[in-house]
Structures are given as C-alpha cells and as structure tokens.
Design a protein around this ligand. Structure first.
Ligand code: BJW
Ligand code: ZN
Length: 251
C-alpha cells in the first residue's frame, strides 16, 4: 500500500493539471450515509427509489421528508480530512477542477473553490411552476424531526422540488460540457468515493483515459472503475488523501 501511495505521489508531482471526481464515500467519514451498501437504506426505502421524478409525483411529502431528514444530518455534520485534503490539492495546481456528485455542500464548506456540482445541491429548491431557484433549508429547530407534512411552496404558490438531479433527468446545462472541456487537457484524474454505477459520472474514468490523463481511484471497495484505472488505492479517502498531500511540496 505504501508503494501505491508513493506512485500516486509521483504521478501528482509530475502533473500540472488535476481533475477530481468525488462521490458519497468522500462524505461518509463526516457521518453522512452513502446511497448504496448496508447504510444506504431509509425507513425501508432504498435511496435510489426515492431519487426519481416518479417518486416525487407519487408522494412529494415522502420525498421531502427524506430530503429534510438528510439536510438535518448534513447541517449537523462537518467536512472531514478528505474534504480538507482536496482543498490543499487545489492550492497546489493552477489548473484544477473538482466535479462532485455530492449535493451536501461540504466541499464548499471546507473551502474548495473550483467546484462543479453534477447532481445539484440539497440546499436549493426549484419551483415546478415558475422554475425559480431558491435557497431552501429546514429550520434548525426541526433538525431532529422535520415536520413530515410540510410541503415547501414558492412565493408564486407553486410546489417546490429539491434542486437535484434524479434518475432519468439531465445533468444541469453546461456542467458536463465544462467538466469534459477541463478533463480533455487534464494530466491526472482522481476518482474518489464513488461506486461507479451511476451514469454519466461512471463513464469518467474511461473518458479521462481516452483523453490521455493518468487515472487514480480511491475507494474502500473494488468497483467497476477499479479495473479501468492506472492505480487503485484501497482505503478511506480521509486517510489516503491527507497522506498524499503531506508528501507533496507546499503550494
Ligand atoms: C468510501 C468511503 C470512504 C465509502 N473512503 N470510499 C447508461 C447505462 C445505464 C444506465 C444509464 C445510462 N445512462 C443513464 C442511465 C440512467 C441512470 C443510471 O445511471 N442508472 C444506473 C443506476 C444504472 N442515470 C441517470 O438517469 C442520469 N441522467 C442521465 O443520464 O440523463 C440522460 C438520460 C435520461 C433519460 C434516460 C437515459 C439517459 C442522472 C443520474 C442522477 C443520479 N442522482 C442521484 C441522486 C442525487 C440527489 C440526491 O442526493 O438525492 O445521485 S442517485 C445517487 O447516486 C446520487 C449520487 O450522486 C449517485 C452516485 O452515488 P455515489 O456517489 O457513487 O455513492 P454510492 O453510495 O453509490 O457509493 C459510495 C462509494 O463510496 C462506495 O463505492 C463505497 O465503497 C465508497 N466509500 N466510504 C472511500 N470512507
Ligand atoms: Zn414559483
């Protein structure tokens, strides 16, 4: 393992342009549940069953209850060493882009600057009638038990929905193009804490390779991405990333 981290450090030392893709595993050490695996269940619903437009049409109360519950967890959580190590990495590269699938805002709270949100942000809501996007978060006092039947409404009276990307929906306009544009000239792509089963993010390792970038995966488990990358680092993001940063020259 030590040798593998050493190889990652060498790759990073020889790179000028760094792309990072993150997933729920990066926030796991902050106490935020991931989507898949044994902790990926909520009240007997699988997270991925709730993250659909159909689920919202069928039962908006249930879907909002889930999002408000998650907001409460996130508001009581803090960025972890993985988030902070990514902030440190950004300081060391003039060309840097962080593409996150996470909606929890923790990268921004940690201090990351050049962040693109692939799946939206849990603290924004969008009106189904007038498309207005507003900041929306539960009142702190409801953190423990968000009122189950409060359906948030827009000032126009329309129903609000979480401003996130559900299954079957398109990635926000421009985000994917900007990420691909950056990736096309990146020297190295780090893919961290994602199960690699949700598209289009799951295609990024292969795209990165085709563009000629070196690819490094950091994950607790073997994923469909593992056989594709140049270097697979098994373990916790909150341990491996700080170890890498520690061995890079100061910014
Ligand atoms: C650690 C760790 C630690 C733990 N350290 N690691 C092509 C083929 C097949 C299907 C499709 C396809 N193209 C499109 C689709 C359909 C669909 C899809 O991909 N389905 C698959 C599941 C089969 N994709 C879409 O619908 C996308 N839209 C789209 O493609 O539009 C065009 C289109 C439209 C219509 C038809 C066809 C095409 C949109 C996808 C939107 C995903 N949305 C969600 C919810 C966001 C809002 C919310 O948060 O509620 O995004 S679903 C959920 O999964 C969330 C996540 O961002 C996303 C990815 O999950 P992630 O981050 O990888 O988390 P986990 O839990 O899966 O994994 C955590 C990992 O961390 C694990 O590997 C752990 O081991 C690891 N880990 N602790 C390091 N400490
Ligand atoms: Zn409205």
């Amino acid at each position: 393992m030590k040798e593998k981290i050493e190889i990652a450090i060498q790759i990073l030392k020889n790179s000028r342009s760094l792309f990072i893709l993150t997933g729920a595993g990066v926030s796991a050490e902050s106490g935020i549940p991931t989507f898949r695996g044994k902790d990926g269940l909520w009240k007997n619903y699988s997270a991925t069953d709730l993250a659909t437009p159909e689920a919202f049409r069928r039962n908006p109360e249930l879907v909002w209850e889930w999002y408000h519950w998650r907001q409460g967890i996130i508001l009581n959580a803090n960025p972890n060493p993985a988030h902070y190590a990514i902030v440190e990495l950004e300081k060391r590269y003039k060309d840097f882009l962080l593409l996150t699938q996470n909606v929890d805002n923790l990268h921004q709270r940690a201090g990351s600057k050049n962040v693109l949100e692939l799946h939206g942000n849990i603290f924004r809501a969008r009106c189904l009638e007038c498309n207005k996007i507003i900041h929306h978060q539960i009142e702190q006092k409801f953190n423990d038990s968000p009122h189950p039947n409060r359906l948030p409404k827009c000032s126009c009276g329309g129903l609000l929905r979480p401003d996130v990307v559900w299954f079957g929906e398109l990635i926000p306009e421009g985000i994917w193009q900007r990420a691909m544009e950056f990736l096309s000239s990146a020297d190295v792509a780090i893919i961290c804490g994602t199960s690699g089963v949700v598209w289009p993010a799951a295609g990024i390792p292969e795209i990165a390779k085709n563009y000629g970038a070196k690819t490094i995966e950091i994950n607790l488990e073997v994923t469909p991405i593992s056989p594709l990358v140049d270097l697979s680092l098994p373990g916790k993001a909150g341990e491996i990333l700080p170890e890498i940063v520690k061995n890079l020259p100061a910014p």
